[in-house]
Design a protein around this ligand. Structure first.
Ligand code: NDP
Length: 419
């Protein structure tokens, strides 16, 4: 019996909300709150006849702490699920602290305006000291650890697929398969085809920022940074086939390097088709990925936001996308003194997801772990206070829940390795 406030009603949130409504014995009451209330009302109306979860809706601009505090005070939830954008992570964490409520999200903090001088100064210092230049990192949210601990609250960071399930796979490998882990390769393959020359599978602004940034990986205790898309490998993915994949910086590398300190190398690869890369390079070259406002005919516009308005809404890709995703982790390490390798992954079918919840697999593979993370907190399976990432908790009940609610694991004890 729990009351949950869900902030955001986009592609990922919509799947998480569908899934919460499939577990009404835990999610007895949910409030869907977002900037655009009409989207929340539409989803609530669609789900109400199919569930016994009691659904209400609200309008909130989560950029404003006082608005989130007022909403939490009036709704009195047991948990706030932040499935809006990473820009809102800190304001929602502040509101949770002010009201004494547990918090969770699916992506770590990054600022909307990367030209803000105060943020920029801290960012540039971090780039120099840490050695990677992505706009997002954990430092902002880890800085809340003591406050959450002292308040007796839990903040669960990054319960999507990657970050999220990939870290649970690491915790699982550490718990059941290895005494020591030497290397981790996270492989994110989308074998889906939506038929457009160019579209992003989730929020275009967040997605394009991520893939146009320099790549980096963790090796022997430090970051190695490389130009964007400059390390390419091919991999033959189960149920998908041969794909080109590129090394990217990804947020979970940072927490895994901290929590699995024996790992000598941690890398992240994502598959991209040539058409996607060609479009992205052109857009970048002409300045369309910029977050710096420009004046156009007397009106201020942010190029990447304008581009977002032109691109297909990721939520509209559902009916068109065919094919499968395959996301997982390959490990090398030792067990009982012997070298071994292990691969754990999930295969998810775009059309099956669409049939079940009306979304493609990218939103599905993020929304289901968001619900499962909430389930762990609400049912008392994960109780550690403070600010924590997924690999810091027991992976077993989480992976069992993922198996049950739509993202079953597959495994191999003799996988092909990535060189
Ligand atoms: P969408 O753009 O589809 O949805 C974002 C939602 O947040 C919209 O409903 C939007 O409202 C709402 N929102 C935005 N700003 C505010 C605000 N200030 N106050 C209240 N609501 C706001 O994004 P996605 O669903 O694709 O992504 C959601 C999150 O999931 C992101 O943080 C993304 O980074 C993360 N993600 C994580 C992945 C993982 O594997 N861990 C993978 C993919 C995504 P409006 O309708 O008004 O715009």
């Amino acid at each position: 019996m729990s009351k949950v406030l869900i902030i955001g009603c986009g592609g990922v949130a919509s799947v998480a909300i569908h899934k919460c409504c499939q577990v009404p014995e835990v999610f007895t009451d949910i409030c869907i709150a977002s900037r655009t209330k009409s989207k929340c009302d539409k989803l609530a109306a669609e789900l109400a006849p199919k569930t016994t979860t009691n659904i209400t809706t609200a309008q909130v601009d989560a950029d404003h702490v006082d608005e989130v505090i007022a909403l939490i005070k009036s709704y009195q939830p047991d948990l706030v699920m932040n499935i809006a954008l990473p820009y809102q992570d800190l304001t929602i964490m502040d509101a949770c602290l002010a009201c004494g409520v547990n918090y969770m999200d699916t992506a770590n903090y990054e600022p909307e305006n990367t030209d803000d001088p105060a943020w920029r100064a801290i960012y540039e210092k971090r780039c120099k000291e840490a050695g990677f230049s992505a706009y997002f990192d954990y430092s902002w949210q880890w800085a809340y650890a003591k406050k959450f601990e002292e308040a007796g609250l839990t903040a669960l960071l990054g319960s999507g697929f990657d970050p999220g399930v990939t870290q649970a796979y690491c915790a699982y490998a550490k718990k059941h398969e290895f005494d020591t882990i030497d290397t981790i390769d996270i492989l994110d393959c989308n074998g889906g085809d939506h038929g457009y020359a160019f579209a992003t599978n989730f929020n275009p602004e967040i997605n394009l920022r991520e893939v146009s940034a320099p790549g980096s990986y963790w090796e022997n205790g430090h970051w190695v940074e490389i130009p964007a898309m400059s390390i390419k490998r091919e991999y033959d993915f189960d149920k998908v086939g041969q794909k080109d994949m590129y090394l990217l910086h990804h947020e979970e590398i940072e927490s895994l390097a901290k929590n699995i300190p024996e790992a000598k190398r941690i890398r992240f690869f994502m598959t991209f088709g040539q058409s996607y890369l060609d479009h992205m390079r052109c857009l970048e070259d002409v300045g369309m990925l910029s977050t710096t406002p420009i004046n156009f005919n007397g009106q201020e516009i942010v190029p990447i936001q304008f581009l977002k308005a032109l691109l297909p809404d990721p939520a509209s890709l559902g009916p068109r996308t065919k094919g499968k995703t395959n996301i997982g982790c390959i490990f090398t390490g030792k067990k009982d003194g012997k070298e071994k390798t292990y691969y754990i992954y999930n295969v998810c079918d775009h059309q099956e997801c669409y049939k079940e919840v009306g979304s493609q697999a990218i939103s599905y593979t993020t929304g289901v772990p968001a619900m499962c993370g909430a389930l762990m907190l609400l049912t008392g399976k994960w109780t550690t206070k403070g600010v924590h990432t997924v690999e810091e908790f027991d992976p077993d009940p989480y992976l069992d829940a993922l198996d049950k609610y739509g993202l079953p694991r597959s495994e191999s004890h003799s996988p092909a390795l990535v060189d």
